[in-house]
Design a protein around this ligand. Structure first.
Ligand code: HT7
Ligand code: ZN
Length: 873
């Protein structure tokens, strides 16, 4: 397969101003009529041939200005269509025949539960018709959809519906016109027998927007939360970014078969059902929060992505990093900012740091790719969002807003680069971000080493920060980056001390963002009356690893005194990591440091603390994070050490856990408010811990909660606790009852699958293999694959990394089977094998053998080839 390089970017030789599409949808196939108004690009070298992308298309007709082209005037190539000689401006007509009903890749036009739908990002439009499928071609689209009226009463596309009517043979049509020029990756079409839920939104300038949500009839009662979230997002984007919605209609559609979470098609967002449908009895708190965030994310793309789009796919983070940053600000404003920050940092430190130190490591703006779908990564999305967040920190709220206003105004209707984004931020603020740009160019997670010195005589406290960025594939030498490093100093009585960078300064802040730009820098704080404990990288102000020789006593002190909620949590995590790591390979009888027990006892008993923060602090670091922290991971040893710590804590704190459970049980109607979510989280964590040690009273409480729960968080919480306990009879009874009750709800069945496949106790390999044979499992549905195979390989690490390597062989076998039906999903499943070099020998060899087995298959898709090949290099 061919590698595409950023350095080879050239402006397109031809532009498309207008596209007229007509879809004739039939059961046996779809005919697509495509008429494009094309003209030569005055900025490109003249005399170039016209090249259009196309995959899996049957060409039925080709005309220029209405006249058929002779076969000798064009060539159908493996990836498209080439016309050697064309005039400066002309209309090209293309007719193609495609088979959406056989499309299992879920790219282009396909069928999901009887409805037609599309997914065109990144390169799906080429599976629909011949077209220059690149984001810097922005055209106006007019789309006429024709289909059988009884089967497909709802026919949708982007923009406004401008015409509709009946046709012969029980068919009908609707014509849609999108006034905004857009790249073809934002094109969408939906046809189906769907119910419509309507709502309205009045914009800040007083325009009325029609909000419409389309779902299968059985899901009609699951739309309210998404529509409410949408209205909150629309209001928030007006207030915080001054962005108003631009069309008269905004549509959301839910589909069951979808490769990712959702898609921001102009005016017609398409969602994976699991990321948009919710009701109290079927969706957990986590799902409610995820839906609010994803609905907002897709809506925010209307400006950050659609009105201003990417010049090429190397610039993906331009829209994704910025939009994730915007959605995280939104979630933070809707709930608890500290908790949101903890969640974002956990994801980054567990999974993005792993990506950044593995064979697929790439910069936020990659330099090359084989298959762009493989670059919808945590680095592009989450690290990209952190990069925007650091700009926000460096510029401050007001200048950041000036920068975003300038960016939207300057580039409205254009396809631009991450550099254009940074330039707008520089121009609006007057700051020089030249060194900062390295965050887009250098892969790898910077490591910041911190040393300190307190001079009692001089009353100075000196912090020395040094940084290095480890080598990554293709980048052996790195330069120092521009790192905003927020700090505080905490005095003996637990208060923040003033931070004076000059002696005698008055009104010193108690929180400061130090700007680390050199390889090593020293910061001296004056008038420091007592030896402080440093609070480093407050709020996780940069996506870096910090190394400082904290003592356990210092961590305990930070856990209870740091005014920065994030660092309070972080101190607890570091302490727990230290304790678990010290138990690796130790005998069973080895006891846990009593100071950790005392700290957790305090957390459980202190009723004045912020409940949401306590709920987070009670979570021990995950096995995945402990693996990421190891140079050579021994998964079984990590699993065993972590389990022993959990068991001992639970045994010692039984009374407090029980009291916490009882205190946080609430009656009344379900509400997904931050306070109620925190209570349920605390209660279910306490229950889980108690069942982990097979506590009989907790067993009865779990059974009662399972039987009487009025919401899915409590129902699934009780089920998960039972499944993770040794009460085998209760576990299988509860699993059967749960399935019986919810078997006709695909989203709940997916939870049922993942609770089992992700459980170290219930999800042994034979049990997981049995789930794949279950009648509700469907190899064509990515959610089902993720909920069984993804949950097993991603969460159930003790069983996946079985020392006989059976987990790896299982995964390799299914990746190979999926490669021919859905290469995007197959390639994503390779991820758990890619970091084989960081594991102990048994694991390492087994993972490598699995990768080699996959690599040996001839005709691998580009998707799987790229990940496997780079992993073995
Ligand atoms: N921008 C969307 C990306 C997406 C996608 C990419 C590749 C293959 C399938 C896909 N479905 C959606 C989603 C987003 O970030 O908002
Ligand atoms: Zn996005």
């Amino acid at each position: 397969p061919r590698t595409i390089y950023l350095k080879d970017y050239k402006v397109p030789p031809y532009l498309v101003d207008h596209v007229d599409l007509r879809f004739e949808l039939f059961e046996e196939g779809t005919r697509v009529y495509n008429s494009m108004e094309i003209r030569r690009n005055p900025d490109a070298d003249p005399g170039q041939p016209l090249e259009l992308d196309g995959e899996g298309l049957e060409l039925e007709g080709l005309t220029v200005n209405g006249l058929p082209l002779a076969p000798s005037d064009f060539e159908v190539t493996s990836g498209g269509l080439r016309i050697e000689k064309v005039s400066d401006a002309f209309t090209l007509g293309v007719v193609t025949w495609i088979l959406p009903q056989d499309n299992t890749r879920l790219e282009g036009l396909y069928k999901s539960s009887g409805m037609f739908c599309t997914q065109c990002e990144a390169e799906g439009f080429r599976w629909i018709t011949y077209f220059p499928d690149r984001p810097d071609i922005m055209a106006r689209f007019r789309t006429r959809v024709e289909a059988d009226k009884a089967r497909y009463p709802i026919l949708l596309s982007n923009g406004n519906d401008v015409d509709r009517g009946d046709l012969e043979d029980g068919r009908h049509f609707v014509t849609w016109e999108d006034p905004f020029p857009k790249p073809c990756y934002l094109f969408a079409l939906v046809a189906g027998d769907l119910v419509e839920k309507r709502d309205r939104f009045k914009t800040q300038s007083g325009r009325d927007i029609d909000l419409r949500m389309y779902v299968e009839p059985r899901n009609a009662a699951k739309c309210d939360h998404a529509l409410d979230s949408l209205k909150r997002a629309m209001r928030w984007d007006e207030q915080i970014y001054g962005r108003e919605y631009d069309l008269d209609i905004f549509m959301i559609v839910a589909v069951d078969d979808f490769n990712m979470g959702a898609m921001e098609n102009k005016g017609l967002n398409i969602f994976n059902s699991s990321c948009v449908l919710a009701s109290a009895d079927t969706a957990t708190d986590a799902a409610f929060q995820r839906i609010e965030a994803i609905v907002a994310h897709e809506y925010f793309h209307n400006w950050s992505g659609n009105r201003v789009t990417c010049r090429d796919w190397f610039q993906l983070s331009l829209k994704e990093g910025f939009t994730v940053f915007r959605d995280s600000q939104f979630s933070s404003d809707m709930g608890s900012p500290t908790v949101k920050r903890i969640e974002d940092a956990t994801l980054l430190r567990t999974a993005q740091f792993a990506e950044d130190s593995g064979p697929m490591a790439h910069p936020v703006r990659p330099d090359s790719y084989i298959e762009i779908s493989n670059f919808y990564t945590l680095t592009v999305y989450e690290k990209g969002a952190e990069v925007v967040r650091m700009i926000h920190t460096l510029l401050g709220e007001a200048d950041f807003r000036k920068g975003s206003d300038l960016y939207f105004e300057r580039h409205d209707g254009q396809a631009v680069t991450t550099d254009d984004f940074v330039k707008a931020m520089e121009d609006a603020s007057g700051r020089d971000l030249s060194q900062f740009r390295l965050w887009y160019q250098q892969a790898g997670t910077p490591v910041v080493d911190v040393t300190d010195h307190y001079d009692e005589q001089a009353r100075t406290y000196t912090l020395t920060l040094s940084q290095h960025v480890p080598p990554t594939p293709g980048q052996s030498e790195k330069q120092p980056q521009h790192i905003p490093f927020a700090v505080g100093l905490i005095g003996e009585r637990g208060a923040d001390l003033p931070l004076k960078l000059e002696a005698g300064a008055s009104d010193a802040p108690r929180n400061r963002v130090l700007e680390l730009t050199g390889a090593e820098q020293t910061f001296v704080f004056h008038d420091v009356a007592e030896r402080p404990v440093p609070s480093l990288l407050r709020g996780f102000s940069a996506p870096v690893k910090v190394r400082y020789p904290w003592s356990r006593d210092q961590l305990l002190f930070l856990m209870s005194h740091d005014s920065d909620g994030f660092n309070r949590w972080d101190a607890g995590q570091r302490l727990a990591v230290d304790v678990i790591q010290s138990m690796l390979g130790q005998p069973q009888e080895q006891t846990v440091d009593p100071r950790l027990v005392t700290a957790f006892r305090q957390l459980l008993s202190d009723t004045d603390l912020d409940l949401a923060l306590v709920a987070k602090m009670l979570h021990l670091p995950s096995e995945a994070y402990l693996i990421e922290l190891s140079d050579v991971a021994d998964v079984q040893a990590i699993h065993s050490a972590r389990t022993r710590v959990l068991n001992q804590l639970a045994l010692e704190l039984q009374d407090e856990l029980l009291a916490c459970y009882l205190r946080n049980r609430e009656d009344g109607d379900y509400e997904p408010t931050p306070e109620a979510i925190a209570r349920r989280s605390l209660k279910n964590t306490a229950l889980g811990w108690l069942l982990h040690i097979n506590e009989e009273e907790a067993r009865l409480m779990a059974l009662k909660q399972f039987e009487s729960a009025t919401n899915m968080t409590d129902q699934a919480g009780a089920l998960r606790s039972l499944v993770n306990s040794d009460f085998e009879a209760d576990r299988s009874k509860a699993l059967d009852a749960f399935y019986e009750r919810f078997s006709d709800d695909p989203q709940v069945v997916e939870q049922w699958f993942s609770i089992q496949a992700g459980s170290p106790r219930a999800g042994t390999l034979p049990a997981v293999e049995a789930l794949l044979e279950h009648p509700a499992f469907d190899w064509k549905n990515p959610n089902k694959i993720r909920s069984v195979i993804g949950a097993f390989a991603g969460q159930n690490l003790a069983n996946f990394h079985a020392e006989d390597c059976s987990g790896y062989r299982f995964l390799a076998r299914h990746i190979l089977a999926l490669d021919s039906t859905n290469p995007q999903i197959a390639a994503r499943l390779v991820a758990p094998l890619t970091r084989w070099r960081n594991y102990g020998e048994v694991y390492r060899e087994g993972m490598r053998a699995a990768l080699e087995q996959i690599q040996a298959r001839p005709d691998l898709s580009k998707d799987v080839y790229e990940v496997v090949h780079k992993s073995l290099k």
